[in-house]
Ligand binder design. Structure first.
Ligand SMILES: [Fe+2]
Ligand SMILES: [Fe+2]
Length: 412
């Protein structure tokens, strides 16, 4: 049952039903930010103190999931909905357990459930509450299972970016990209599950950064940048207090901004001083940042970002990890806008793990420069009367194309 109660009645053990917004100082003015997302269990008096400090009046609780306002009921474990196993309808390509399309639905559900769980966990940590390790482990397992069934589905979904205060979506994307690399590197499933939980938490230190810096839309002032960079150190501090966290998991939080050539932070480590998992996370983190838009920069198309990373092999990033990364994403990641030798223009809608030069392409501009409302999917691996191939990657910003909308039309 949902109940509206005064902030003074809020107690540890109650389950916050609705999201809570509050205002934080931003220069001379105030800015509304999300303090607590929907579905967070209050685990410490610190959280209540901070909500009170934000000047909140009423809050909504769910008494079926937490303590009632009169007190007295046990708090049940918050579950992440388990997506159903994907139905095996089409034959999978070599090296994949199920076909891309069959995994896509499960991957979408997994991503949504894991992102929501991580958002709640990070918001709870930001307010001084404890993090639900069990919930994070379930999240890590679900992503690992999807990646092991068909890595391309989850990787394809990393092009979906959403902005939230503690960058939960970014953390899920980085987790998927690191797992894709580790999977290509031959990692076993149980290590992959540990790696998944650890990479979901790679930016957990951001929960200790003041919101006015974290949510700043523009570029940082030098002192803000210095504080922002401390999220690597804060991350280790947060993880140290969490039960069952290994040294390896902490390395990912502290080392994911270290660069192979020693130009990173916080400790300017170089080469093999950086743990292999830290190096993998650095590549994935930069790729996700390059392909995300910011107020001061547009998103780079996926294949342009890959090229940028490829050029930094052996300088910022370790060569063999970059090679694995390119192999995992394919030469033309899902969503790449391409022109074919026939003059047709389309976007990559399904990768081909057996030959990344021949993905499936949703063609929406014909060779006669006619635009189609509904794209026609062409499999470049199937040669009909003429052989089609990709000749160039285009920038969607210059073509006024909504690739995400087009992708939805072709993949359902
Ligand atoms: Fe980071
Ligand atoms: Fe990050």
């Amino acid at each position: 049952m949902k109940k509206k109660i005064g902030i003074d009645q809020l107690e540890v053990g109650m389950y916050m039903e609705a999201s809570v917004e509050g205002s934080v100082a931003k220069g001379a003015s105030k800015q509304n930010v999300l303090l607590l997302g929907k579905g967070v269990l209050i685990t410490s008096t610190n959280q209540i103190r901070r909500l009170k400090a934000a000047g909140l009046g009423d809050v909504t609780i769910d008494t079926t999931k937490g303590k009632d306002s009169d007190g007295g009921t046990d708090v049940p474990q918050v579950e992440i909905p388990q997506p159903k196993e994907s139905a095996k309808e089409s034959p999978p390509p070599k090296g994949r357990e199920v076909a891309y399309k069959d995994e896509l639905k499960a991957a979408r559900k997994t991503k949504a459930a894991v992102t929501a769980a991580l958002k709640g966990t990070m918001e709870s940590a930001a307010l001084g509450g404890t993090m639900d390790r069990q919930k994070l482990d379930v999240a890590g397992k679900l992503i690992t299972q999807s990646v092991f069934r068909n890595v391309d589905a989850m990787v394809g979904l990393t092009r979906i970016k959403e902005h939230d205060p503690y960058t939960a979506t970014h953390c899920v994307n980085v987790c998927v990209l690191v797992l894709a690399v580790a999977h290509a590197d031959g990692i076993d499933k149980s290590t992959a599950e540990m790696l998944a939980t650890a990479t979901l938490l790679h930016d957990i230190g951001k929960t200790k950064i003041p919101l006015e810096i974290l949510n700043k839309p523009g570029r940082f002032e030098p002192h803000e940048l210095e504080e922002m960079r401390k999220h690597t150190i804060y991350g280790e501090e947060v993880l140290r207090e969490m039960p069952g966290v290994t040294e390896e998991m902490m390395y990912i939080a502290t080392q994911h901004h270290e660069m192979f050539n020693g130009s990173g932070y916080p400790n300017k480590l170089s080469g093999e001083e950086i743990h292999r998992f830290g190096q993998m996370t650095a590549v994935a983190d930069v790729y996700d940042a390059l392909t995300s838009s910011r107020v001061y920069k547009p998103a780079l198309p996926p294949s342009f970002a890959l090229t940028r990373i490829y050029h930094n092999r052996d300088t910022e990033f370790r060569k063999d990890i970059v090679d694995l990364f390119v192999k995992s994403l394919g030469l033309y990641p899902v969503g790449s806008l391409v022109i074919l030798n026939t003059g047709e223009v389309g976007f990559v809608c399904e990768p081909n793990p057996e030959n990344s030069r021949q993905p499936k392409v949703g063609v929406f501009i014909s060779r006669y420069k006619r635009q189609r409302m509904v794209p026609t999917v062409i499999d470049l691996a199937v040669t009909g009367t003429e052989k089609r191939e990709i000749v160039k990657v285009l920038d969607p910003a210059k073509y006024n194309v909504d690739v995400d909308r087009m992708l939805k039309m072709t993949t359902g």
